[in-house]
Design a protein. Sequence first.
Lengths: 395, 338
Amino acid sequence: MSISKDYRKELRNAAGSGRIRLALSRAIKSYRVNTDNALKRFPHTVKMAEEVRLIKEASIQQMAELARKAGRSIEENKGKSHFARTAGDALRIIGDIVGNKSLVVKAKSMTAEEIRLREHLEEAGNEVYETDLGEFIIQKLGQRPMHILSPAIHVPREDVAELFTQITGSKQQPDIDKLVATARELLREKFFKADVGISSANVVSADTGTLFMIENEGNIRLATGAPPVHIALVGLEKLVPTLEEAFKVAEVTWRYANYSVPSYVSLVSGPSKTGDIEKVTTYGVHGPREFHVIFLDDGRTQLAKDPVLRQALYCLRCGGCLYECPVFGLTAGYFGDKYFAGIGAVWAAEVTRNMEKASSMAYTCLTCGRCKVRCPMKIDVPEMILALRKSIAEP
Amino acid sequence: MKKNERNLVPPGLSYIADNIGSRDNILGLPVEARAKWAEGIEFSRDKSTIFFAGCGYQYSSMLEPLVTLVRTADRMSIDPDLPVVLAGIPKKMGVDVAGIYTKVLAHGDGGDSGVLRDAVGVLKYLGISVGYLGVEEPCCGAPLYHMGLRREFAVNAGKTVDRFRSHGVRKIVSIVPSCTHALRTLFAPAVPGYDIEVRHFIEEVADKIRPGQFRYPHNVKVAYHDPCQLGRYMGLIEQPRRILRAVENVELTEPEWTSGEWSTCCGGGGGFEVVFPDMSQMLAEGRIRELADTGADVIATQCPGCLMQLKSGLKALKKDKIEVIDLATLLARSMNTK
């Protein structure tokens, strides 16, 4: 039986409730309008996306080499670079740095979600706060994210008000402005009290060892700037050779994530330092004293060898495909494992290695191909799904 | 491949795969049930160019009740896998599967098999002459490929091509999108030396159609639904629109955001309708809403799967002022012969 019973039930319930459909139909409409406007205002993006596809193709072929190069750059910048072959390695490395009883503020990261980093740190006795508003809501609700960029896309304001009432102990109105102000208040002191800030990166340039982090809320700036230690967990597929190429990847990513221009793009290459007193270099001025980057393989090198499935590594995680997927429109992240929809099936099979989920997802995909039309990298999801079904049906 | 080696393929799909292997069609119908739709039609004796009918339209009168059955089972929270449903549920639900088979055998057509007659009529009207292999027509085996059974697909493709060659076929005019895609894109890598030209019906029509040849009986607003395999897989987006613009009394209308390469799947893609019947129905209804919002009187498409899905969506939403028809039927109604 290739479709697991629990998964089928989850999908049916999600689709049957109608709530996800309503939330998603509004989100899809505004995504299409916003992206259309962003591409009209910056029409060079389409051509640039073609260029980025070539950059990604070349980079995926040399991930290990790029990681070594980036590692050397980061060490030269006085940061620490680590290489994790498996999810377990990454958890151990990060666990050793964080220790226990630490207060941790976290930026949203799919890679951290992939290895269940938050849960691991919590189990080790640390207090971990998700600082992206959507992710914070999901963490407090004890649910899992339903969209890669808008994890709480399925939660209406009334539910947020109820949740915040429980957390604060005082009655919260379902007024979005006020709810956002409450979140700001709840998290503000955590940023400054935190021992460690954890982030990921949208793209990393190997020549300079620079992490690019795209955001709108400002939580990443605070989480990676205020605490004395910054740890970044980066999948190998995020590496590109040069700073110039990284800028192109970043711009294409945010534009297809439906932002004309995001409020913040942070570029971080090393720890905070000063030479202002007698030209003696001293670390940890206003920003972190320690800067750690963990490059994670966890199946990516293996995946890069597959001529069809390697396309999954070209993904910029802009989330555009999800808005075009008819099944996702009914079920949101229930059509998913750690990553969602058709491309998520490939990640489930090759990276998180949840074969039961992967095969269920492979036969959930309509193979309609509208995601490919939207994708700035023109990732051929139907082709990957059919290849995946082949490996399932003819092992 | 043995059945038990397919344990990760959903059983509903495996059932279809077995039928292709044993009976040369997706439903496992006996040879007497095949090519009934073509009775009385005169085809060219020259088989160098043939019309390829495929399974979807031909057996739609069987497929529709089966999918309805599977959907009902799904709603009743019974495991909606086709073989399970076929084995026990129909009796309890008062549905007579054997009766449906008998009906198809007796009448031959019904359902959407008339689309095939319409298509052949339109080709003739445009002076395009085609032969037909009749009960000898092989199955393209496309569902095998889509469910991941590539070895079985390749074996079937080899047999299919042998059949074509034995009849001297050089060119195929095909009408079911998934057959067309299989015959023209998936066969070449599977069968060495494969060189048969494969064209879709709408390409042939779009090349030949001239203003004044077709006139719909009255004024209608038509929304065209692009089947995924026709539009996104084969890029046949401009052709159906060129055809519709050439038909007098037809005003073409398009949904905002979701036409052409952005068209929304009807919910019947890749066997989804037998694996997730209930969600498939929701998607069909969603697509009908998008198309109906254009104010169309007629929704035209060109795929037996889409036709079935869209009709089902239309019925559930009780949009009885709108008609879903195949493009071939729309053209047949518009021929200036009467």
